[in-house]
Write a protein that binds this ligand. Structure first.
Ligand code: DX5
Ligand code: ZN
Length: 220
């Protein structure tokens, strides 16, 4: 199989050892991660809690790689400044979690960050039609967000629709897939138009000595 250099792998630290997050981030950086995918959960928008901006701020010194921050929190506009100050590079919010998505995307960009929107499996691609000019990333959730290790929901038709919408914009927008991504389904996701693969379980399985091999399998 040929390597596809334009594909970015974004290990989700949700599957890392939370007592050793700094060490884990160094390990996935050395193993060839392109983005570091950071899942923030509030126990409200999703039925699970992780951590907030102070943890991200402390992790910033462990790598220079892109911090791809996935906010699974209600009314993310209330905490936006904290995630900006923590050193996020891409800030992705859920369209389902705010009443004023357009304004929020403007605010993220005004803060000098890249703006992303994540879509739950039930949310249609077309919901992004009127915010496409404000987007740097679209994150297609292929599980219902909240937990790592869930079964992948095949939504390749939605990925294809979004890839076509991105093409119409005539500029680069990352098309990322998150949830149950594995070496088995990666090729189909890339064929549908994804250029960023988020993976928790598939990267962190087997311990640090396997991270590079796990990342390479996703790229292959
Ligand atoms: C789920 C998170 C994902 C999760 C993916 O709500 O957004 O980033 O960590 O984990 P896997 O790859 O195990 O499905
Ligand atoms: Zn995520």
């Amino acid at each position: 199989m040929t390597l596809k250099p334009n594909i970015k792998i974004a290990p989700s630290i949700l599957s890392a050892n939370f007592a050793e997050l700094g060490t884990e981030i160094r390990a996935i950086d050395a193993a060839g991660a392109d983005y570091i995918h950071i899942d923030v959960m509030d126990g409200q928008f999703v039925p699970n809690l992780t951590f907030g901006a102070p943890v991200i701020k402390n992790l910033r010194r462990y790598t220079d790689k892109v911090f791809d921050v996935h906010l699974m929190i209600n009314t993310p506009e209330k905490l936006l400044n904290d995630f900006v100050d923590a050193g996020s590079d891409i800030i992705t919010v859920h369209g389902e979690a705010t009443a004023h998505l357009h304004r929020l995307l403007q605010s993220i960009r005004a803060a000098g960050k890249k703006a992303g929107v994540a879509l739950n499996p039930a949310t249609p691609a077309e919901s992004l039609e009127h915010v496409m000019p404000l987007l740097d990333m679209i994150l297609v959730m292929t599980v219902n967000p909240g937990f790592g290790g869930q079964s992948h929901i095949p939504l390749n038709d939605k990925i294809e629709t979004l890839a076509a919408m991105i093409k119409d914009q005539k500029r680069a927008i990352d098309l990322s897939v998150d949830g149950g991504v594995s070496a088995e389904n990666a090729e189909g996701l890339i064929a549908a138009g994804a250029n960023v693969l988020v993976a928790g379980s598939a990267v962190f399985k087997g311990g640090a000595e396997h991270y590079a091999e796990n990342i390479n399998k996703l790229r292959g």
